[in-house]
Design a protein around this ligand. Structure first.
Ligand code: NAI
Length: 647
């Protein structure tokens, strides 16, 4: 911006309004007492005042931009949604945002949103209400309407405007998946007018908003799909997709979003019954709960007092070590990868290249991630690393021998981590001269997809090591959960009795497919026996021996004797062909089966809280949801167990 005069007539806490020589108004959004901008009621109310002021003193144009490094706007204030208990409150919340953004859309002067960093939910709806949108071309720029993931809908004009701007097919895809797009993707699909380099962004905004260009609209072919006679045809196809993703109808929001687009042109104010249905649905409340749980886990990482890791050394390039190395390199960390078998290193590099292609979708970024991932069969990187993480074979003697070799070579201040899933971290550190620098950093398989990482704490652990581990997990964009060093930590400890109960049902003569079917209907991402086959029956067997209270199921021992270890050997409870499970026909699960299977998991989770494995019930629920995929719409095992009691 050239010269700027702050508009004195207004007293604003969350915005700064300035006018430049061209009478262009610049509205800087900078929410007070917050690191991110949120559209809380106070912020929305102030925005209303700004619009009143501009209506009385019309500018040549208006540009919205953010004063936060973190991004544009992170959406509405979720706490205000959580406070909605009835249909009236829901409608009032929707109406306030809808009407305010409508004032932006109908302003007599041109408007532009300059988006840098995250632009989520209500933030994107505000941008959509503007005549123009520019996105700063930076890796952190991400635009999305993630409401569906919280069990709600984009109710402030997003459902109405997005289909007009990018066409209903792309719009429904974004609204029903909640997925984010980058600045360039947004430009390609027409969501923004252009992706602009950071250094010219303000200049480009000033030019664009006064350009007089027509607002961007989807082309005629896509617009045609918005025709009320065509809509039902497209809706049928979309409905099919929704049914496939949610066959048991656990999640009402996607169906309601589709319905609001078809029946009410994306205007929820015309659909009070839909608002009422969602505001009273358990799924909505539970998904909002899960959002808060996720924030609590993120907070462990955000609060951690430690510098980011710049060099990670991984020892063991197998399934876990290879993938931990890849994910770390993808997140900007320099990684050296050691293994006694060079073939495992090259296999890990091959998998990393595939992951980078899939996730980064940009040749330059893929290449730099690959450059950061350095094969290091002889372990030269060890002496320079800030963090050395071992993911070698699950054998305590071998791991202790490795630590004896590694410890003297660690640089000052470096920490040591183990990815063990079943061994005592305290035991593994018993021969270290400084056990305070050893921490368990327990990732889940597949590393790239599983959000949770358990931080296993021991009595010997120093605060500095703990903080460093939390910061590292945060750096990877994952959710750290501190747990005590007890058998199975939290997640495996609660999974074991659940998997074993499923196997007892096999002993009683039920088919694996029928047992799994019961839990799919309950809302699990995969059934317990498919999960056991995927993890490996040898691993479940070892965990079961450690954790089972009342003996192991016969079928498990029988599979082990026949070396049928599940997916990795091609046979377990199911037949597997080239890593793909051969589907078996499921019968109708007997009534009560899901409850029978889930109860041991709930009981064990409660025990873990009692024994202090995790600090409280919310953290236990968070761990089980993000570590096992426990049906999120049920709000976590303990929450579900308590509500079952109440009902
Ligand atoms: P894996 O067998 O796929 O890989 C182990 C790798 O370590 C192999 O490449 C092997 O060559 C290498 N290795 C063994 N001894 C070594 C030594 N002394 N020096 C250098 N390299 C050595 O095993 P996986 O599944 O990756 O497990 C590794 C660790 O991660 C174990 O502690 C396991 O409990 C843990 N874990 C495994 C999970 C899984 O689902 N597979 C999940 C979470 C943790």
């Amino acid at each position: 911006m050239t010269t700027a005069n702050t508009v004195d007539a207004l007293t604003l806490r969350h915005f700064t309004l300035s006018l430049d020589k061209q009478r262009l108004a610049w509205l800087r959004i900078d929410m007070a007492d917050s690191t991110v901008n949120r559209l809380s009621s106070e912020v929305m109310q102030e925005l209303g005042q700004v619009l009143d002021h501009l209506a009385a003193h019309p500018p040549a144009g208006l540009v919205f931009y953010s004063g936060k490094d973190s991004g544009f706007i992170a959406g509405a204030d979720i706490d205000e949604f959580s406070g909605v208990n009835n249909a009236e409150q829901g409608q009032a919340l929707v109406a306030r945002g809808w009407r305010l953004f409508d004032r932006i859309a109908t302003a007599p002067w041109p408007t532009l949103a300059l988006v840098r960093g995250h632009c989520l939910g209500g933030g994107l709806e505000l941008a959509l209400a503007c005549q123009y949108r520019l996105a700063v071309d930076e890796p952190d720029t991400r635009l999305s309407l993630p409401e569906v993931r919280l069990g709600i809908f984009p109710g402030w004009g997003g459902m109405y405007r997005l289909p007009r701007v990018i066409g209903p097919m792309a719009a429904l895809d974004l609204m029903l998946s909640g997925r984010a797009v980058s600045a360039r993707q947004a430009a390609t699909m027409g969501l923004v007018d252009a992706a602009v380099p950071s250094r010219v962004a303000m200049h480009a905004a000033a030019q664009h908003v006064l350009s007089g260009k027509p607002a961007r609209r989807a082309n005629a072919m896509h617009q045609a799909l918005n025709n009320p006679r065509v809509k039902p045809v497209l809706a049928k196809l979309v409905q099919k997709k929704i049914n496939k993703q949610d066959p048991y109808n656990h999640y009402p929001a996607p169906r309601l979003i589709l319905d609001m687009w078809v029946q009410h042109d994306g205007n929820p104010l015309k659909a009070p019954a839909d608002i009422e249905a969602l505001s009273q649905h358990d799924t909505t409340r539970n998904l909002l709960r899960v959002f808060h749980l996720q924030e609590r886990l993120k907070e462990f990482g955000r609060q951690a007092q430690a510098d980011p890791i710049s060099h990670l050394h991984v020892i063991g390039a197998g399934v876990m070590g290879g993938d931990i190395a890849a994910v770390s390199a993808m997140k900007g960390i320099r990684v050296t990868l050691q293994d006694q078998d060079r073939r495992h290193i090259s296999q890990a590099l091959g998998r990393a290249a595939t992951l980078f292609r899939k996730r980064l979708k940009n040749r330059r970024l893929e290449q730099s991630a690959l450059d950061r991932l350095v094969p290091d069969p002889d372990g030269h990187g060890l002496r320079h690393a800030d963090l050395v993480l071992e993911a070698i074979t699950e054998n305590p003697d071998v791991k202790r021998a490795l630590f004896r070799e590694v410890e003297p070579k660690l640089k000052a201040g470096a920490i040591l981590a183990t990815n063990t899933s079943s061994l005592s971290v305290t035991g593994l550190g018993s021969e270290l001269s400084d056990p305070s620098r050893l921490v368990g950093i327990h990732f889940f398989n597949p590393v790239a997809r599983m959000p949770l990482v358990e931080i296993v704490t021991t009595d010997a652990l120093s605060n500095a090591t703990r903080e460093q581990a939390l910061a590292f997990v945060h750096q990877l964009g994952k959710l750290p959960l501190p747990v005590l060093d007890t058998p199975g930590f939290l997640v495996n400890a609660v999974l074991a009795p659940y998997l074993l109960e499923a196997m007892r049902c096999v002993d009683e003569g039920m088919t694996p497919a029928t047992i799994d079917q019961a839990m799919l209907e309950f809302g699990m991402p995969l059934g317990p026996l498919e999960l056991a086959d995927t993890v490996g029956l040898d691993i479940v067997h070892a965990a079961g021996r450690q954790l089972a209270d009342n003996g192991l199921p016969h079928c498990l021992s029988a599979h082990i004797e026949r070396n049928e270890l599940g997916k990795k050997t091609g046979r377990g409870f199911y037949a597997w062909d080239a890593g793909k499970m051969q589907k078996a026909t499921a019968g109708t699960p007997p009534p009560g089966l899901a409850n029978r299977l889930i109860q041991p998991l709930i009981d064990r989770t409660a025990e873990c809280v009692q024994h202090g494995v995790v600090a409280d019930t919310d953290l236990a629920d968070a761990g089980v949801i993000f570590g096992t995929g426990f049906a999120p719409f049920r709000g976590g095992p303990l929450h579900y167990g308590a509500s079952k009691h109440d009902s």
